[in-house]
Each structure stands twice: as C-alpha cells, then as structure tokens.
Write a protein that binds this ligand. Structure first.
Ligand code: ANZ
Length: 952
C-alpha cells in the first residue's frame, strides 16, 4: 500500500477534532507541563514557512512530554489588536474587527493543516471583550496600588492614604515620580482633587507628564523609530517634543526584581544580557551642590565620586526644574533660545551626540569639597529622565564633558597619576588618584584622596558625603516607566472617566468597558484620538453604563478616556488566561493557577527581548504581589527560534531611457555585457533558478510585452538570501508544501533545516529527502505494491534491537536539548538499518511509531491504528532503552602494514589480542603485504587499529 499522506492527514485531522484528542483539563494525578508559543499577530499576508518553525519545535516537545506521562498544556491564540488592521481601516473604511477576524480564520486554516496539538478550546483573542476585561482589570489594580521600596512589593493605595493621614510624607520610602513633602495635618486639610493629584505621584498605573514625539500634522504621538530627522516618517510632518499627559506603568519600580529574577530562569545568556543592559543598574552617589549667592541647591548623580576634585563646571538637563531658578536675567534670552532649539530634538538625536551644544546659565555652584565656584551650564547631553537630570562635569575623565570643555573653553584638571588628558584616558578605571589637591580648605576638612586607587577613592568619598550630610549612596536604573497610552482606535479602551479633571475608575463589576463603534478611524479635526468621534462614549455614574456623549453634565455623567492601550497590554498576561480561559469571575482561578503554575517552555523570537519579555515579567510580578499568580517569573525556560530567511530571485532589466519601449531582461550569465538593474521576481514563478517566462509576463501588466535575452534557451535568474518578506517576493507558503508533500514532511523538513535556534535560509532542495524518508518509514510496515502488513510476532533480531534502542536513546536525549535535526538524521539511519535487516518485529516497530509521533503525528497515528492499538498514539508510553542492547557486539579494526591502512576486519568485541593477531596474519588479504618480509611486531590499538611492523 502506498503512503497516501493526503488521505491520512485529512482523516486524522477529523478524528482529532471528533475525539478532542488535544483537549486538556487539570488532572491532579499527573504532573503538569506548560508549553507556550508567542501568539501571532494575524497579519493579512497569512503564514509563511518561517512562522511555523517555533510552533513545530514546541509541538514536538509538547507531544514528547505527553508521551512521557505529563499533562501538557499547549494553547494558541491571537494578539489581535494592532496597527496594520487600523491602518487598513483608515485606508478602506473596513472595520478593523472584520479584517482581524478574516485574518484569524485564515491563520487557523493554515495552522490546522500542519497538525499541531493545540487545545483550541482555550483559544484567546486580545480584542475579545471577555479577554480584555482582565487587561482592564489589571490596569485598575495597578492604578489602585503603589510600590513600597522597603518591602519591594506592590501594596494597596489605601495603605498609603492611611499613612498620609497619620504621618504625612515624612520618611516615606516608596516608588514615586518626585519628592513631595507634606505633614499629616496638611494632607488632611487638602480637598479631594489635591489628594488625587498627590496620589498620582505614587500609583503603579499613573497619569504622568512625559516627553513625547508629538506630530501635530498627524495628530498623534510617534515612537522614536517613526521619526526621521525631526519629521514623521509617514508624511514628512514636523515633530516636536511635547510634554503630554499619558498613562504610564511604573515598571521602573520593579527594576531590581526584574534583574534578580533573571538568575532564576533558563533563558539564553544573550537575552539575559540584553535585559540586564536595558534595566541598567548603576551604583553611584548623589551629591548636593549649592548655588552661589542663592538659596537654590541641586543634586547630581555620579558613578565617579572619586573625581570630585576634578569638577570644573556643572550641567543641567534643559528640562530640569532648576533651569529657571539658576538662569540670570542677563542670560535669560540666550537660555530661552537654546531651550527652543532643544524642543525640536528627539531623545535619539540628543544621545547621538554629533555636535556639542549648550548655554551658560549665568550662575555658579560651590564645589562642597573645594569651596570653589564653578559655572552652571545647560546642555542637551544631560538627559532629564536619568539620575537627577543634573551632573558635575569632570572633563579630564569623561569624554562628553571633555568635548564640552574643549568646545566652550572650560578648564580641565586631571586627577590620575600619569594620566594624560586625551581621548584614551577617559575610561581609566585603574590608577592611583594623585591630584586631589590642597588640604586645609575649610569646606574639605582636610579630606584627600591622594594615593588611593579609584575604587578606594569612590568608597572614601561615598562615606565622606554621607557623614557630612551632603549626599548619599544611590542606585539608579536606566529602565523607564512604560508609556501606556496610544492615540489609536484598535486597542483596549481604558476603563476610566474624568471628574474635575481627575481620572476615576469605572466600577470593577461594570467591566469590560467595550470599545465603541466609530465611523472613521482617524483622529478628530481638533486633534483628539479616534475615540473622540464616538457618540456614545460617556459614563453615567448612576445608571452605571455607557451613555451618549451629549448627556455629559459633569455631575453624574462624565466623559470617558479617549486613549487606548498599547500593543503590549494584551500580551502581558495571556499565558495566565490560557490556564482558565472561560472564567468570568477572575483572570484565572486559584486552582488553575496553582495547577499550571507558570510556563515551563516558552518559544518565540528574540526581537521581544526589551519589549514583551520585560513587560510581561513586570506584569506577572505585579500579579504575584497581588496573589493572583503563584509564580514570580512567567516563563521558566525560553527558546528563541531562529529566523527562516528567504531565497530571493532576480531578473535583470537592461537600463534604457526610452520608457515607451518594452522592457528587455537579460539572463544571469550574460548580464555582464549590459547596464542592468536587478529586480526581485516572485520565487513562485521560478524553478531551480529558471524563470517561467509566460508566468512572468502575466505577473505584471508592464511585463506583458517584455523581451528576453536567453542563455541555452532559458532565462536564468540570480538569487540571494534575504529576510522572508512579501516585498522581496520570496515568501513560501506552507500550504503549498503541505499540498505537495504533506504536513508530516513539512514538519520534518523545517526541523531538519538545522538547529532550532539558528537562522537559516529556506531551501526546498532537501524536502524530497524528508519525503522519501517517510515513504521508507511506511515501507517498514506495508509491502511495496501489495496490501501486506509486515509487522508480526517474529522474534527480534539482535541487530534490530540495537538499531531501535540506539535510536530511543539518541532521540530522547536530542529532544531534551531541542536538537531535532540530529534526531531526524538518527531516524534516517535507523530506518535504513531496519530496512536492510528486514525487521518485522511488531514490538520494535511499535516503538518506532511512538518515537516518530512527536515529529510526524499523522503517519504515526495511522500506523498505530494499523498495529491494532487502541486510542491515539499521543497517549502511548515513550519507549525506554535497555543498555544491554546498546553494547557493541563487534568491532571493526583497520589493518595497517608499516603504518599504511590497507583494509578492515570485524571481530567480536571480546576477542583477545593474540587471537586478533593470529587471524590478521592468517587472513588472505594480508598475504600480499607480508610477502618477502619478516613480521617484527604487531601493535594493537584496542577497538581501532592493528599495525603490523615489517622488516625485510
Ligand atoms: C562625574 C563623572 C566623572 C562621571 C567621570 C562619569 C565619569 P551610568 O554608569 O550610566 O549610570 N550622568 C549622570 N546623570 C546623567 C544624565 N541625566 N544625563 C547624562 N549623563 C548623566 O553613568 C553615570 C554617569 O553619567 C555619571 O557619573 C554622570 O557623569 C553621568 F570620570 O559624574 B559622572
């Protein structure tokens, strides 16, 4: 019987659905294992062969774990909110939900063809109100929480209010935007609005003033990468830096826990390193400087407290609140001019640091160590959002300070012994401090760092400033709070309305607050976000429902928030929802959470290192603090699948000024004689680099009359390895492969391409090999061209036992390491061996079927049933190997004469050396080498070589 993959795959897809083979429930009698793929954004282009790579890899693991007795959760869903659907909606008027659902259906169809073991009953879609209910709920919880630095934990905001009532803000150690000082009496005397304003300073979800790239032309905030040279990437409209009220999440409060958690999870070193750098822990010192002839004091942050004696000027960030306080009347005009200039610069421009810019404030600060007065400057190279937004500049030891000093002609004082003030010496962390001068100045108390190493000098200075009360030790993190508002339509609405200008939460029992309908998806003419167009978008606090905007009276009916949540909102806790997807009472029940705990294996791209993988860790830690999630880290092990690159094809158009003439294309190997432009051509109309000329003419109207210069009667295309993308016309659709070879071949082939974590080009040349392998596999069970089913009770031959048990060992070990390509090679070897051995032993062949089941589940199910087994092969028990069969019975020795290898001989492994020697010398093949010589001695390297040393 033939291997009829089309029939087999169709049949098993149906059976799996009918029998709910992949449905999983909490089962206390079994150990759990949670496998998760990063869920896809269902784009209009559908899946290409690169997408399933990670899904196949995790599916193999999920099936393997199930065969090993685990209760495996392997869910799938859709990250369904997002920009492309919205942009498409703006262009076509099509509701983003319509396109999103159409795309989801197409994805589902494609995924189903590949035979994944997903439990579709647990599917989630982030745009489903039943799902985003819990995104909104978590946001409200964050709004109603603050972060205690002392216990490093989120706490209910009521606790903070109580404290303010009793003690005011004194001695408070919590995460906050700025220091606010008030007594209990003051707090108690504040009205509600004032209290709300103060609390906003501490909430984990807060409305904050943040600097954004505001594009008035487009009426929206743009991300850094959407701004190019000060104008919007789309449309080229000017972009300015604007302070705007935006929802923010206090991710920065969790910096230390985000760092510590990395030590407890099995992620690649490179992703951990990326996250460490992104969080950017920096231990330093804060020192207070007083402004000369004024009451103003400001604090700087430095990691090099040892350089206090080399400070020659101070620099404030342009946004620093101290700028106004230190700017003198004479300098005012120039300072204003400079601030105007900075407004147009994005943070990226400022970091790029191409040119040195700045302005003198007119004031001087006093160095607390030397008592000297030093000028205070304002410059964009100091960022408002880091440290204190103010620095002490040490041009001898910091390259940016150096450039600034050179540019504005400020003094430079070196402090390290023998260090020359040149570019190279800036990072000199080693060395002895020698030039911390002149003891005896009153403000220094004779404090000197001379003779100390840099490390010692930093420690000594920290101690000194702390004792003197002019500073403190401070740990800073680079991680910023996440901006959580978007001026978009297709996202989760905030469950928030505004009363007296302050945000209020829609009552928890009224969630979800559903996204309203609007007619067009653009911002309003007055620059409000698209939700500004919704007619029914106000909150009635009495009826507790959404009502018409015209009813807003600001007494009982209030306007609702117009922003929506960003892309990462819906993906931050979806793994928890899969544990209990239909629960209307909670994000996840205690029981489900305690059973599934966290994700054991997470598979997805490494491009999410500083986005999703930070946000979701933060989100989960917050839910952990709330007691909702029982594990602090969401993803125990992370595997980043590589990218499948496309193999693009090119045709070469001969350049011509005559645009009316039909285009002429020249074949690859003749193009050197012409002036040509390479053009991407759809790989689907090229076969083995030969262009299908008729298909090419039909591909684009402008090529209808194209002419070709051929070689050997063919048009040969050029090729290159590039990212697989629609714009390069190198996308290979998995449906086509499934149609031609079957899903099992596709699955095997994707894994056979190379290690899961490596990026590799898609190259269909090897597909036939994988397909042939499955046919051979089938051939062990069904005799060629007959219906004879071969497995029977025949005794297992020793060599077959060895082949199968070796394979069990290899595949088990390889799957644990995600080394699937090597297990597939092992399969190929074993199947060849068993074929040659004519193995018919039913038990061994049954083991073989179970082994292949994770990789090629359809063929495995079919043969499992043919073997007369009940139920699905998914519920079989993974075979165990027996050491006794792995022993090598024979050894192959290379026989050499005077060091030259001549032939090989096989002996039972326990053959004594004398016996080997005897047989070698007696062997017929040896005679021609021995002739005319005397045997001097025979050297035997055990299990490897026999060398016969001869002499005339
Ligand atoms: C004096 C000094 C001397 C510094 C020296 C460095 C080298 P990390 O390690 O990244 O934390 N700095 C502080 N706040 C800044 C801000 N808002 N914008 C730009 N630069 C800022 O770096 C901390 C160092 O970066 C601080 O230590 C400060 O310069 C600068 F030989 O102070 B240093």
């Amino acid at each position: 019987m033939e291997y009829n993959f089309r029939e087999i795959e169709k049949k098993w897809h149906q059976k799996w659905v009918e029998n709910k083979t992949y449905k999983v429930t909490e089962d206390e009698n079994k150990k759990k294992f949670y496998v998760l793929n990063m869920f896809p954004y269902p784009s209009g282009a559908g899946l290409h062969v690169g997408h399933p790579l990670g899904y196949i890899a995790s599916d193999i693991y999920a099936r393997y774990k199930r065969l090993n007795g685990y209760n495996v959760l392997n869910p799938m869903g859709y990250d369904a909110y997002g920009l492309p659907a919205e942009q498409y909606a703006i262009q076509t008027g099509q509701h983003p939900e319509v396109t999103t659902v159409a795309n989801i259906n197409r994805y589902r169809e494609q995924l189903d063809k590949i035979g994944f073991s997903f439990d579709w009953d647990r599917e989630v879609r982030t745009c489903d109100p039943k799902y985003y209910h819990w995104t909104q709920w978590a946001f409200q919880k964050m709004f109603n929480s603050f972060f205690c630095n002392g216990c490093q934990k989120a706490q209910p905001i009521e606790k903070l209010i109580k404290r303010f009532e009793e003690k005011g803000s004194e001695g408070l150690n919590v995460a906050q935007n700025e220091q606010i000082d008030f007594t209990a009496e003051e707090w108690n005397s504040y009205d509600d609005v004032k209290k709300q304003q103060i609390l906003m300073n501490y909430r984990i979800a807060y409305l904050g003033e943040t600097m954004v790239n505001w594009c008035p032309g487009l009426g929206t905030v743009l991300a850094n990468d959407e701004v190019v040279n000060g104008v919007s990437e789309r449309g080229g409209y000017p972009v300015i830096q604007k302070k705007m009220q935006q929802w923010c999440l206090r991710t920065s409060a969790y910096s230390q826990r985000l760092l510590d958690g990395l030590e407890t999870i099995q992620w690649s070193d490179s992703i951990k390193e990326t996250q460490k750098n992104w969080i950017g822990r920096s231990e330093g010192t804060e020192v207070v400087f007083s402004v000369k002839d004024s009451d103003v004091k400001f604090t700087i942050f430095t990691t090099r407290a040892d350089t206090m004696f080399g400070v020659t000027f101070m620099v404030l960030a342009p946004e620093s609140e101290y700028v106004q306080q230190v700017t003198t009347a004479e300098q005012k005009e120039e300072v204003e001019k400079y601030l105007d200039y900075v407004k147009k610069r994005t943070e990226l421009d400022r970091m790029a640091n191409h040119s040195v810019t700045g302005v003198f404030s007119g004031s001087y600060a006093i160095n607390p160590f030397t008592g000297e007065a030093i000028p205070v400057w304002i410059s964009e190279y100091v960022l408002a959002g880091y440290g204190t937004g103010a620095i002490m500049a040490v041009p001898a030891h910091d390259s940016r300070d150096y450039a600034f000093a050179k540019h504005f002609n400020l003094p430079i004082i070196p402090l390290i012994e023998g260090a020359d003030v040149s570019e190279e010496s800036f990072d000199a962390k080693e060395g002895i401090v020698t030039n911390s001068p002149v003891a005896g100045k009153s403000s220094m108390d004779g404090f000197s760092l001379n003779g100390l190493t840099v490390k010692e000098a930093i420690a000594a200075t920290k101690k000194f400033v702390t004792e003197k009360g002019i500073g403190r030790v401070k740990v800073n993190y680079r991680l910023r709070d996440a901006i959580f508002s978007r001026q978009r339509y297709w996202g989760e609405p905030f469950p928030v309305y505004y009363k007296d200008g302050m945000p209020q939460m829609v009552p928890e029992e009224c969630l979800p607050l559903e996204l309203p309908e609007i007619e067009t998806y653009k911002p309003t003419e007055t620059g409000e976000p698209p939700l500004g167009r919704a007619k029914k978008w106000a909150w009635d606090t009495e009826k507790k429902e959404v009502v018409d905007k015209s009813l807003v009276d600001n007494k009982t009916v209030f306007p609702l928030e117009l922003n929506t949540m960003p892309g990462f909102a819906g993906s931050s806790a979806y793994y928890l929802r899969y544990m209990d997807p239909h629960n209307d009472e909670a994000l996840v029940s205690k029981e489900a959470d305690e059973y599934w705990q966290n994700v054991d294996l997470y598979v997805g791209g490494c491009e999410h290192a500083t986005g999703h993988l930070i946000y979701s860790r933060f989100w989960n830690k917050f839910l952990f603090d709330l007691g909702v999630s029982c594990k602090e880290e969401p993803f125990q092990k992370l595997v980043n699948q590589g990218m499948i690159q496309g193999r693009s094809n090119f045709v070469y158009r001969i350049n011509s000024d005559d645009h009316d003439k039909a285009p002429v294309f020249v074949s690859l190997n003749l193009k050197k004689d012409y002036d040509v432009t390479p053009i991407h051509v759809d790989v689907n109309i090229v076969s083995n680099d030969v262009l299908d000329i008729e298909a090419f003419k039909a591909w684009r109207p402008e090529y209808q009359n194209a002419e070709f210069i051929l070689e050997d009667g063919k048009y040969i295309c050029g090729w290159a390895i590039e990212k697989m993308s629609k714009s390069m016309f190198n996308v290979v659709n998995p449906d086509m492969i499934v149609e031609k070879y079957g899903a099992d071949t596709l699955r095997l082939y994707e894994m056979f391409l190379g290690p899961v974590e490596a990026s590799k080009p898609w190259d269909t040349n090897g597909i036939d090999g994988c397909h042939r392998f499955l046919k051979k596999f089938w051939g062990l069970f069904y005799e060629n061209r007959t219906d004879n089913f071969l497995p029977c009770d025949e005794a297992a031959k020793p060599e077959s036992l060895k082949s199968v048990h070796k394979l069990i060992k290899k595949v088990s070990e390889d799957i644990e390491k995600f080394s699937y390509n090597t297990s597939i090679s092992a399969f190929m070897i074993a199947v060849n061996e068993l074929g040659q051995q004519k193995c018919r032993n039913k038990e061994l062949l049954t083991d073989l079927v179970i082994l292949i089941a994770p990789f090629a589940p359809h063929i495995a199910e079919e043969l499992w049933a043919a073997l007369g087994e009940q139920g699905s092969v998914c519920d079989a028990a993974w075979p165990k190997y027996d050491e006794q069969y792995l022993k090598e019975n024979d050894m192959q020795l290379t026989i050499s004469f005077n060091g030259k290898a001549r032939f090989q001989m096989t002996f039972p492994v326990d053959t004594p050396n004398e016996e080997i020697q005897k047989q070698v010398l007696a062997d017929e093949k040896s005679q021609k080498y021995l002739e005319g010589f005397n045997v001097l001695k025979v050297i035997i390297v055990p299990k490897k070589i026999v060398n016969v040393v001869l002499k005339k």
